[in-house]
Every structure is written in structure tokens, then in C-alpha cells.
Ligand binder design. Structure first.
Ligand SMILES: Cc1cc2nc3c(=O)[nH]c(=O)nc-3n(C[C@H](O)[C@H](O)[C@H](O)COP(=O)(O)OP(=O)(O)OC[C@H]3O[C@@H](n4cnc5c(N)ncnc54)[C@H](O)[C@@H]3O)c2cc1C
Length: 235
């Protein structure tokens, strides 16, 4: 496992202008095992027995020991991701305010590909548009952002408050920054829902970044058990 210090402050790029950074964390796999062993006032019994216990806990949904580990992330993502993220009530979040902070011309998400509407999942997508059509749409989106941004700046110049001037900006695609704290149990729940194939790709790439770059190196036993019993639904 990398040193905790190697993970703290690490920033991973996501989407075209977003990122996720680990600001702080508390605990490790052993903290989970030791929390479970407090039931009989015991502690570590060596790594083989410790790992076996952790797998037992996750498999049998003895979840509270996983709440002993906490992560705090700083995230930059489009608002469409924010709205899905904050449905998870077990996260503690604080966000940038468009009432205080003016937006810049570069604060908008431009997708790399345009996905087609799924035929059998009304919420989902499948396949992508052909490159020429995709390029036409990307140019149209950029023009749309530019026009909205010009109107936003005109409203600010006319003396309109930032809280109202932002009505001219594209509500789903503007990038926001937030700080979000969660314990490992609820993070695994979030990842199980948001790494799933039916989650929207824009949030799925953040969930995957959390899993690969932060949870897996910080809690390798937990990640292994999660893959076995949750992602792969094995017994
Ligand atoms: C693919 C997908 C599509 C979705 N589509 C929609 C949609 O169309 N419309 C929509 O509104 N939402 C939608 N959602 C959001 C979804 O309904 C949940 O709100 C979101 O996934 C958070 O899940 P959660 O409540 O389990 O997580 P959390 O809020 O993190 O809660 C974790 C767990 O804690 C417990 N819990 C937390 N708070 C309470 C509480 N107040 N009362 C009882 N138990 C609680 C529950 O057991 C819950 O599972 C979608 C989510 C996904 C993944």
C-alpha cells in the first residue's frame, strides 16, 4: 500500500476540465478489522486472519466497522454530476457558490463524444454519433456557451447580482467545485451505484477515479472484498 502521504493531495484529471483530489483520510484496512474486534476487546491477529475477518465483514454486511475509515475529496465536476452526487445523503458536502464567485469562459463541460439515446433504457445511452455529426454538435455547444457567457457578462456589467446573472449560463454543464467527506461504508455504496453500467457516464468516471486512484490503494483488502462480493456478486 502506498504511504498515506503519497495519496494526500494527489489530483486525478476527470472529463475535459474536471479533477478529483484526496484532501484527507483517516484509517486503513486494519482500523476496520480492529473496530470489529473491539466487540471482544481484541486487536490484530496477523495479516492472514485480519484479511479473512475483513472479507467476512463485507460478505455478511457487518458494515459499521467500515464507517471507522473516512475520506475527504475536493471535486471539480459539471453540475450534472453534482446533482446526482448530492442525492447520496450520507456524504457531507460544501460547494462553491455562484453567488460569490464569478464564472469564467472556460468553466463549461464539452463532451469528447456524443452518446445516442438507448433504445431499451429510457435513462440510458448506447453507442456514439458519427464523427462529422458529433463535431457539428460540439461546435454548436461551444457557440451556445459563448452566447450565454456574453449575456452573463452583459448582465454583470449592467449591475445585476451574480446570483441572478448566472441564469444566462448553461445549468447542467457549468463546472463547480465542492468538498465532500464520506466514510468507507457509504463510499462503497456510492461506488456500487455510480460505477454500475446504468449510471450516467459523467458521474461514472468520477466514481471509477475514486475507486482506482484512492480507495484501492488506501484500502486494498476492502477493494478486493468489494470486487468479490459486490461488483462481481460472488459468494
Ligand atoms: C442509475 C440511477 C438512476 C437514478 N434515477 C433517479 C431518478 O430518475 N430520479 C430520482 O429522483 N433519483 C434517481 N436516482 C437517485 C436514487 O434514487 C438515490 O437517491 C441515490 O442513488 C442515492 O442512493 P441512496 O439513497 O441509497 O444513498 P444515500 O443517500 O447515500 O443513503 C445510503 C443508504 O442510507 C439509508 N438512508 C439514507 N437516508 C435515509 C433516509 N432519510 N431514510 C431512510 N433510509 C435512508 C438508505 O438505506 C440508503 O440506501 C438514481 C440513481 C441511480 C444510481
Amino acid at each position: 500500500m502506498p504511504e498515506k502521504n503519497e495519496l494526500l493531495g494527489k489530483q486525478v484529471k476527470v472529463l475535459d476540465k474536471g479533477w478529483i483530489e484526496l484532501q484527507d483520510m483517516m484509517g486503513d484496512d486494519l482500523a476496520i478489522v480492529n473496530a470489529a474486534r473491539v466487540s471482544f476487546l481484541g486487536e490484530s491477529k496477523g495479516s492472514e486472519a485480519d484479511k479473512k475477518l475483513l472479507f467476512y465483514l463485507l460478505r455478511h454486511r457487518h458494515t459499521s466497522p467500515f464507517e471507522q475509515v473516512e475520506f475527504r475529496f475536493r471535486v471539480k465536476a459539471p453540475l450534472v454530476v453534482w446533482w446526482q452526487w448530492v442525492r447520496h445523503r450520507t456524504w457531507h458536502v460544501n460547494a462553491q457558490s455562484g453567488r460569490y464567485t464569478p464564472f469564467t469562459e472556460n468553466d463549461f463541460y464539452v463532451p469528447e463524444t456524443w452518446r445516442k439515446q438507448s433504445q431499451d433504457n429510457k435513462q440510458g445511452s448506447e453507442g456514439t454519433l458519427d464523427p462529422a455529426e458529433a463535431e457539428r454538435l460540439s461546435q454548436a455547444l461551444l457557440a451556445h456557451y459563448e452566447q450565454g457567457f456574453v449575456l452573463y457578462e452583459q448582465a454583470l456589467a449592467a449591475g445585476v447580482a451574480k446570483e441572478q446573472a448566472r441564469l444566462f449560463l448553461s445549468g447542467f454543464s457549468v463546472y463547480y467545485i465542492w468538498v465532500a467527506k464520506v466514510d468507507a461504508h457509504n463510499l462503497l455504496h456510492f461506488l456500487s451505484l455510480r460505477m454500475a453500467p446504468d449510471a450516467q457516464e459523467e458521474i461514472r468516471v468520477y466514481a471509477q477515479a475514486i475507486y482506482e486512484h484512492f480507495l484501492k490503494p488506501a484500502l486494498p483488502w476492502t477493494a478486493e472484498a468489494f470486487e468479490k462480493y459486490v461488483l462481481n456478486r460472488g459468494q
